[in-house]
Design a binder for this molecule. Structure first.
Ligand SMILES: C[S@@+](CC[C@H](N)C(=O)[O-])C[C@H]1O[C@@H](n2cnc3c(N)ncnc32)[C@H](O)[C@@H]1O
Length: 271
């Protein structure tokens, strides 16, 4: 099952001839987009993933580890009950956006730049871990999950979409490149992997995230801004952005809407 996860993620690779013709990075993660997500999450903390982590901390505050933190959308809403927040991310610009927001909220915070689990040795034990919208980036998933289990005392809370976050773009790949995109892995695969690892008190909750700024699928962006980002993801040049804007009208955007909260009580893997 873990090998299926790895192989399925590898099948999302963009064919080399398309990559060779691209002038911009199709895999970029725009900091402004994740900063906006974090600001909206702080302004209106809600959702099953937030509740699962807050449930653990409300009566007994503790430290929170945010892996793949971005600008902190998963952890900053927990600040009222957190003794500290630690953000781990590979991108320095994301950590800067996180640190700025954590200081504004007024919570003790630490940043660790690097890839989980490679930097796990630099991170102290924490009470709760939140890991939102990260695991579809992680090919070697078992060591990633095992390191969370090893570093966390009370609860690990993962959030991910039921399908790969770029699945909604598959019709556009077909339209602009004649390319079929994969359909796996899916969230159920992750749940099976955790089940096989025999983690304790495993829960998977499927729900729909209601984000008013994203209710029209725009995530607060104009159609032109979305078209620019999507054209870049599709390895298309700037001149094709109007075509992408036109095509976007026919494709229902799907990211950050249907989500799955996967949580477990860590410790059972430590023996
Ligand atoms: C899609 S963003 C999600 C950010 C944030 N958790 C949120 O929900 O808004 C994924 C983030 O995870 C980071 N990331 C991906 N894989 C990682 C890894 N193995 N270790 C640390 N950071 C990782 C990326 O740099 C990026 O900032």
């Amino acid at each position: 099952m873990a090998q299926h996860w790895t192989d399925s993620l590898a099948s999302w690779a963009i064919p080399q001839p398309i990559l060779d013709a691209a002038t911009r990075d199709p895999w970029m993660l725009p900091v402004a987009r994740f900063a906006g997500r974090a600001d909206r999450a702080v302004a209106d903390p809600a959702g099953v993933s937030f509740e699962r982590a807050a449930d653990v901390l409300r009566d007994d505050p503790g430290s929170v580890l945010d892996v793949g933190a971005g600008a902190g959308a998963a952890s900053l809403p927990l600040a009222p009950w957190a003794t500290s927040l630690t953000a781990v991310d590979g991108q320095a610009a994301m950590l800067e956006a996180f640190a700025e927001r954590a200081s504004t909220v007024g919570v003790v915070h630490h940043e660790v730049q690097g890839t989980w689990p490679a930097v796990a040795g630099e991170v102290a034990a924490h009470d709760v871990a939140v890991v939102h919208h990260v695991v579809y980036n992680v090919a070697d998933i078992v060591p990633f999950l095992a390191a969370l289990d090893a570093k966390v005392r009370r609860r690990v809370v993962l959030e991910l979409p039921p399908h790969h976050p770029l699945s909604w773009m598959s019709p556009l790949w077909k339209q602009f490149h004649g390319l079929e995109r994969p359909v796996s892995p899916i969230a159920g695969d992750l749940v099976e992997i955790l089940g096989a690892m025999d983690v304790a008190d495993l829960r998977a909750e499927y729900w729909t995230h209601v984000d008013p700024a994203a209710a029209d699928g725009s995530d607060g962006e104009t159609l032109d801004e979305r078209a620019a980002m999507v054209a870049q993801r599709l390895c298309l040049p700037v001149e094709r952005e109007p075509d992408v804007a036109h095509a976007l009208g026919d494709v229902a955007p799907g990211y950050h809407r249907d989500v799955v909260t996967v949580s477990w009580t860590p410790g059972s893997l430590r023996g």
